[in-house]
Design a protein around this ligand. Sequence first.
Ligand code: NDP
Length: 475
Amino acid sequence: MADKILEFVHTSTGKQIAAALGLPVPPQLKRAKAGYAEKALSNANALVGASAFGPVATAVVKALNAMGASIKVSADLAGLDGIKQAAVKAKLEVSISQADNGVPENVYVLDVTSAANVADLRLLYDFFNPRLRKVPSNSRIVVIGRPRGDCKDALAETAQSSLPGFIRSLAKESGKNGTTANLIQVKTGAENGIEGALRFFLSPHSAFVTGQVLPVVGAPKGVKVAAFSEKPLTGKLAVVTGAARGIGAAIAEVLAREGATVIGVDRPADESTLGATMSSLGGIACPLDITDADAGKKLAAVAASKGGKIDIIVHNAGITRDKMMRNMAAHLWDMVLDVNLGAIVRCNEQLLAGDAFGANARIVCISSIGGIAGNAGQTNYAATKSAVIGYVDAIAKQLEGKGISINAIAPGFIETQMTAAIPVVTREVARRLSSLSQGGLPVDIAEAVTFMASPLAVGVNGATLRVCGQNLVGA
Ligand code: NDP
């Protein structure tokens, strides 16, 4: 479903009318047109700062260098020495040029992992305040901090706890021109997971992700952090449920773009649509109701018949059956609970019991911001989507020992058949109530899922990432 207002205000007549009436103009988001590229930042002007020299600053410099960025520092910042030392430590010949040379930066990375008291937080002001008036559209801001429980004392934890609030506000302030701002909270020892997270957050693959906090906790047992390679999913077998249309079809497409062979699952009634979607991307159609008692076993058998194990499974199939709680028939409660939650848990249990997962397998579940904020008439749906967030968090530890990761993506308002059915006024309000003043597209969810399913997210486990343009509902 197209966002007519967004399209109109970017026509020449629309621009004039919007200007004359003082209407807000939602930005045109720059989305990825192709897969992940090794030198993704070769045209970027990256301003980098660090509160001190350390493993995070070193990882940041290495990562930006690997992405081909021209790294800039600011002479007036404490971060200058940290970054220079990091470059020496990494044995890198990075061309460090001075900031403020007239070319505005479009990538900002600030490492504040060593901020350990209130005074240290001044760096946030010093780094961003002089620059935020001239940030080009679709720029990328990433701040890196430490998670709670990973700080040397209560004061350091207090300082680090300022970062989520800071980044959420910065994202709201800077989203008007399509700029995103996100926080990576990296655990001590997990620094080698920073590059993958930066590749996602600093690229057009994350155009609709802003104001979010992503924990990087470290690779699961026995999983090595590999050097980046293009088409990172080459040779991987990926299962996507609900793949006939909507978000699932987009997920299948982006996973295939990155090299995966996709087994698309959907209800047998949708077999012809599923077949068409899968044949367009060289995938395998698997008509199957995921609520079948033995759906997991059947999926394992399909994967085995293709000569492999399951490297990626995306539990995307989901339904809504909205009714106020007081009017909801029991079968509507049961149906939503089973499709959106019961089937996921059962399927994973069967795949694990049958040893059907490949080494370093990655599981991605689809939640919803409805499960975070709640919606009147969606007690059944929101209960399942909230449970998915708890499920990935709870089971991640258990799977980690097997070398398997599990994460969730929580979409906000996405332009699909589901949201096209919302009454027009509610739909318009839901679209605009985000920092990017628009709904997302299925491809935005597909990009985030693909990140989570790929080695780029090697250090991410048990997390839920919202892909919602920082929708104010449940922010
Ligand atoms: P769609 O309804 O467009 O697509 C869902 C697909 O899943 C359909 O093809 C559907 O088949 C299939 N499906 C449903 N039940 C089963 C089942 N028992 N077995 C196999 N396949 C099944 O949904 P979206 O693409 O909009 O949503 C995808 C996911 O994203 C869902 O989990 C949804 O909750 C979530 N989400 C979506 C948001 C949005 O704005 N669109 C926002 C937040 C979360 P059929 O058509 O036959 O029912």
